[in-house]
Design a protein around this ligand. Structure first.
Ligand code: BGC
Ligand code: BGC
Length: 618
């Protein structure tokens, strides 16, 4: 009896399983695995939970298919890559110890570089990158981000955000490359950077992730997130079909053609219909018409807000969301409620088994495509990429190309920029002059970003100190008063002011003013010293009231950790080349106002940007 049992057990262990054989065609592997899976195992695959509620045991017991880091959710403060990898692998060991050993996938918001990880290279946010209109550069940024994410053992990012922000009052406008759908389309080149370039034999719509140096991407938020009324985050986009498909949809088509692995549903509504429940657009258009074969993920508690108030009827939310075509749900905390609800709905045929099977196939397809079954565990060999010099140099280049020179001199014959490196005494002022956190903005280490030294980087002040002639005296005063300004004689001043960091709805603003003390710093300094104002902001802000006092004005967006890039251009080592990818309004009551609108009367039009000639002698 004992011998028989032993024989039987070892046979089972050694049994050849088609789905585990990498030589088998992908469809055969998926079919084989699907046949073996119980309903419980399938529903587990559709469940994404937050790392704070995940553990090896939870992964195993609930057969969880995916884990995420919510904004600012890290294994420890300033976690090292090793700590990240150990956490990711620990959960994986839980997933691998289940009956079928299906690997889970870990997702994170690497939205301007591996932005949650301390010590990573932080690239400019998308509003700055759109200015470059440089698809080669953005692809390189994607590739660098993939390496840095892999350096921490993670395989999946919730990026790029391909929103077309039509109203800067929206708090997420900086996550958008442009108000112009064509620029956003161009910037989908970040997808082949993150995932790898699709091969000629790839089927249209099939997800593509090329091996262990690449990560799965996520085009978000489907669709119309940047078009909401008054720019309200998660609000309703009230536009015609023609505008929805002409403005907000095209970049999704490009993303699908480029093999994007996943697409995230938007919190927003289209003419009052929640996107998380929009079967026509999620299943009808994305899956059936565009032939998207990766998986659709919900946003964070996104199905909850199908009802108003959110979570009022969670069973209904699951029903409406899954039937609309959502494949994986970012639950992310109360996973038993989700699992129980979905199980009930499938067992009682409110949701057809064909729907959950479609969802699971898509999730497995992404996992097989990226080689997760063959390489489920990360090693330490890629740690060296996190924040490496090569990536910082790339980010610095991106910063230089993202700057837009809006004004240069009180008269065009007397430009202020480029600034001379040799002077007797210069002033650096402003709330944003000496803060890596402020120049990075939201989604940097913390969900909302933060002030001060949030991560490793170069502030604009320290870059100025490094750049000027050794005999030039650099005086830093964050918010100098008149007396201080009068009692010193400065050759010129660099004033760096702007918005404090914010993320999502916290950034919604109906007035778009530069918060105090920014305006007073501008007035005081520029009232008595020749000045260039560098604006650190995710979007155009109200500048008309002080534009006449300012000698030169530079829009630097949210440049990230490499502040040296700003200074490279201010002092003429490189020229200004950036052209506005957004319209700069005069006053907020003009909004929304985008290029091509009949009432177009901007302060600086879309495409505007002065240039300078580099003074560098090589
Ligand atoms: C999470 C974020 C998420 C947000 C949604 C936060 O608590 O950390 O990742 O985007 O909630 O409101
Ligand atoms: C945001 C998404 C993000 C998710 C996970 C949500 O609140 O809308 O863009 O990917 O949280 O952090």
């Amino acid at each position: 009896m004992m011998v028989m049992m032993w024989c039987w057990a070892s046979m089972a262990e050694g049994e050849y399983m088609l789905y585990k054989d990498p030589k088998q065609p992908q469809n055969i592997r998926i079919n084989d695995l699907m046949k073996r899976m119980s309903l419980e195992e399938k529903i587990g695959q559709m469940t994404q939970i937050e790392r704070s509620v995940a553990s090896k045991e939870v992964m195993k017991k609930y057969l969880i298919g995916s884990v995420l880091s919510g904004g600012g959710s890290t294994p420890s403060k300033h976690a090292t890559p090793k700590t990240w990898i150990n956490m990711v692998n620990d959960f994986q060991n839980g997933a691998l110890s289940t009956r079928l050993g299906i690997p889970y996938i870990y997702g994170i918001d690497a939205v301007h570089g591996h932005s949650a990880a301390y010590g990573a290279t932080i690239f400019p946010h998308n509003s700055g990158l759109g200015v470059t209109r440089d698809p080669v550069l953005i692809k390189k940024i994607g590739a660098a981000t993939a390496l840095e994410v892999r350096a921490t053992g993670i395989q999946y990012t919730f990026a790029p955000c391909i929103a077309v922000c039509r109203d800067p009052r929206w708090g997420r406008c900086y996550e958008s490359y442009s108000e112009d759908p064509e620029i956003v389309r161009l910037m989908t080149e970040i997808i082949p950077g993150l995932q790898g370039e699709i091969t000629d034999d790839s089927k249209k719509g099939a997800p593509f992730v090329n091996g262990q140096q690449k990560i799965a991407a996520c085009a978000k938020h489907y669709v119309g997130d940047g078009g909401t009324h008054l720019g309200e985050n998660t609000g309703s986009t009230m536009i015609s079909s023609k505008k929805m498909f002409g403005i907000h949809m095209p970049a999704y088509n490009d993303s699908v053609v480029k093999g994007v692995a996943t697409i995230m549903a938007s919190y927003s509504s289209w003419n009052g219909v929640k996107m998380h429940a929009n079967r026509k657009l999620v299943t009808g258009y994305l899956k059936n018409k565009l032939k998207f074969k990766g998986f659709v993920i919900s946003d964070w508690q996104g199905i909850d807000s199908i009802t108003d108030p959110p979570h009022a009827n969670y069973t209904y939310s699951i029903l409406a969301g899954i039937n609309a075509g959502i494949d994986m749900v970012m639950v992310p905390y109360n996973y038993t409620e989700f699992i129980d609800g979905l199980t009930y709905l499938v067992k009682n045929k409110f949701i057809p088994m064909s729907r959950t099977d479609d969802a699971v196939r898509r999730i497995l397809r992404v996992k097989f495509t990226m080689g997760l079954f063959e390489n489920p565990l990360a090693d330490y060999s890629m740690i060296k990429y996190l924040g490496c010099q090569e990536h910082r140099d790339l980010a610095r280049e991106a910063v230089r190309k993202s700057l837009v020179l809006l004004k240069n001199g009180k008269s065009s014959t007397k430009p202020l920029l480029p600034l001379p490196k040799r002077a007797s005494k210069i002033l650096v002022a402003g709330s944003h002059a000496n803060s890596v956190g402020y120049q990075c903005g939201g989604w940097t280490v913390e969900w909302q970003g933060s002030s001060g030294n949030v991560t490793t980087g170069t502030t604009i002040l320290s870059a100025v100190e490094k750049t000027v002639d050794p005999n030039t005296q650099v005086i830093y005063n964050e918010n100098p008063n008149r007396h201080f300004l009068k009692s010193n004689s400065f050759d010129f001043a660099i004033v760096v002011v702007g918005e404090p960091p914010y993320t999502e709805g916290f950034g919604d603003s109906l007035n778009l003013t530069i918060p105090e003390p920014g305006p007073s710093t501008i007035k005081n300094v520029c009232g008595s010293v020749k000045c260039v104002v560098v604006l650190i902001a995710g979007r155009p802000l109200v500048v008309q009231p002080f534009i006449d006092t300012i000698d030169a004005l530079v829009a630097a967006w949210l440049p990230g950790t490499e502040g040296q890039g700003v200074v490279d251009v201010l002092f003429g080592d490189y020229g200004f080349t950036g052209k506005l990818a957004r319209t700069w309004f005069k006053s907020v009551d003009q909004l929304p106002m985008n290029v091509g609108d009949p009432h177009y009367d901007p302060l600086y039009p879309f495409g505007f940007g002065l240039t300078t000639t580099p003074t560098k002698t090589t």
